[in-house]
Design a protein around this ligand. Sequence first.
Ligand code: ADP
Ligand code: ZN
Ligand code: ZN
Length: 792
Amino acid sequence: MYAQVVVDVPTQQTNHSYDYLIPELLESVVVPGVRVVVPFGRGKRLVVGFVIQVLETSQFKRQVKPIHHVLDLTPVLNSELLALSSWLTQESFSFWISCLQTMLPGVMRSKVEKVAVAQTSAIQASSLFQGRPIIPFPTTALAQQQLAKWKNQGLIEVNYQVANQAHHRQQLVLKRKSLNYQELLMTLSGRASKQQQLMQFFWDHPQLKQISYQELEQKYQISAATANTLVKRGYFTKDKVVQWRQPDTGPIVNTQARTLTAQQQQAYQTIIQAQAKPILLEGVTGSGKTEIYLQAMQYFLQQGKTALMLVPEISLTPQMVAQVQGRFGSRVAVLHSGLSQGERYDEWQRIQLGQATVVVGARSAVFAPLKNLGIIVIDEEHESSYKQEDNPRYHARSVALWRGRYAHCPVVLGSATPSLESRARGQKKLYQLVQLTQRVHQQPLPPVQIVDLRESYNLSVQLDLSQPLIQNLQFCLQKKEQAILLLNRRGFSNFLLCRTCGQVPQCPNCDISLTVHLQNKQLLCHYCGYHCAIPQKCDHCGSRKLRFSGTGTEKVEQELQEALPSARIIRMDNDTTARKGSHRRLLNRFGQQEADILLGTQMIAKGLDFPNVTLVGVINADTGLASSDFRASERTFQLLTQVSGRAGRDQKPGRVVIQTYNPDNYAIQLAARQDYERFYQKEMNFRHQAQYPPYFYLIKLTISHRQRAAALKLAYQLAQQIKPVLQKREVLLGPTEPTVARIKNRYYYQLVVKYRQNPPLLQLIRQITNNVQVESRHGYLVSIDNEPQKME
Ligand code: ADP
Ligand code: ZN
Ligand code: ZN
């Protein structure tokens, strides 16, 4: 028997597999989806690979080598995920191995490492082993010499193992037996009170099947000895069970299902009756999309199926996670990048074993190994964080749609401001479009006031808060209501500006200005991490007149405090949320009304539901518009609509104040009216004329090299290859320099292809992908991005 294996060899990445012989001993365990260790190349090099298929024969019979050993006794990827990986490698122009690896928790992606195994306790005690039975092969020549000597003497063995494999802990639990506890209490009377207390405890909690020894000890001061006595007497059994590392997601709200409004009911019915067609659930902010998701998920769970829910970024949406957990309890697994490696691995295991049947998570959760999928929900489907910006550059929405087709289950794309791509598909009836036009309590959408900042522009002191905004804040605080203030930071930074010569300090390695970080008094490059102390005088002209330009949350906070001395303010930005869980804590404090104003960056725009918030202010609506990206208007419209939707969600009416230098801009105007329909029409017009998605597809190729001329040369060569396969109206842009043309001393050029239906083009791009390895040996890096979310 032969196995087709996709191997993990950085210098040999391609889109195909290699054949290996399955040794007879391993025949029963080598099945598709298990990981194996195989020899690769001429040397004795061993690498990890994934078995894709098992075959009776091989074309390459003569050359095939045998599999060295097997890493998994059961497959880590099921047939669905294997099929998905093969589609994904085509779709995203990425290597097969990275598609396979990306589906697994990080700890399972590790490489094979060479290890030394001590054969005697004396060796184990040596300074090299330091009491451990196995050590990774050391790098120093001296240590290697020592090991070689020991090996010759038969004192150690040299072997290979996968580094860093996650291990979960086991714990002892006390399990109840079905006994009549009333009787037991009687027979126990007069005995040790701790035993009685334990019996009483189980009596009081009839649902409780088991409790860990650790919990007994810590929470109830009942010792293991007491528990053991009762086990001996036959009242309980004890057992060892796996103890999963559970991510700390904060307090869980216990939410009862609510009676759906008429509009919600209609949407719900459409979802549960949907066949294979995806559903675009377009509902204004506060229309109760979450309740629909939860009840639809409940419906499919009752059918014995599983449910997957994607949210843009878990740390930003703790309220959503709390609701899912509140509704579905311990069946829920949470997956996102904020978990520790161990927690991630354990959550993955619980899903794999079928113990968790509901998954809520960010982008990569789309690969959760749920079997028998009943429904997939993508909340805020328009969010750009669903696109992975690194290899493999996949879009979680496309992956979810693939899984929906595979499982024949509904995929619900929810948003108040759908991406133009999705809405266009809804229009073409490729998706079923379901609209929610009313908020749950019939509240009107909040009125929006646009404040023209140009009027205050001439003031000598440039303030960030206009009079109308301050007045609204005062009024809001008088009523003991709360406000959310957004500081739009996209494309924005704090620079140091020389007021004499106009120079802004630049990164020596990248073509970008350095950003001021007041906290540690440094200038920092966001691309390469270069940093230095904030200089006293200008490098260029020697002037000491240096000034910060730009607005920061700290600065606005100060200004706010001066204007409203009694206001209690919570500031939420990268600085105040750097620590794990701090995001949630700040939001909790705000929810418990321990503050009046929540001031923050983009991270406060999404999904927050605070009934006492009646005012939303946007400090600068413009920064997003300044960008040259064709999605700039769409992003601005989405952000403003989302954040406006945080006001007046309960019974109290809300208000929104938007400050801008472009009061006539259509994205701002239409967001103020929450008029998605008009925005969609207008923006589609622009996209049509400028030949952008959803009318055209895009592929972006980025070419870099340490020498500018070399990068440019390859970019031209690729352009020459691509041009002949383009069809009428299809366009190749470039080579052009991206906005930041040099990063870490590499020079960048990019090509953008706009195309419609062109299989030969895709074929060519795949060919280019496969050649990339060859180029990389000459110092080139080529990355290919299908459907790029960012044009820069
Ligand atoms: P969206 O996600 O569409 O912006 P939410 O799902 O956050 O809106 O719902 C808005 C508010 O209405 C929430 O506080 C939610 O708990 C509440 N809600 C949703 N559906 C109902 C319902 N059927 N009855 C009562 N309250 C509801
Ligand atoms: Zn200067
Ligand atoms: Zn840099």
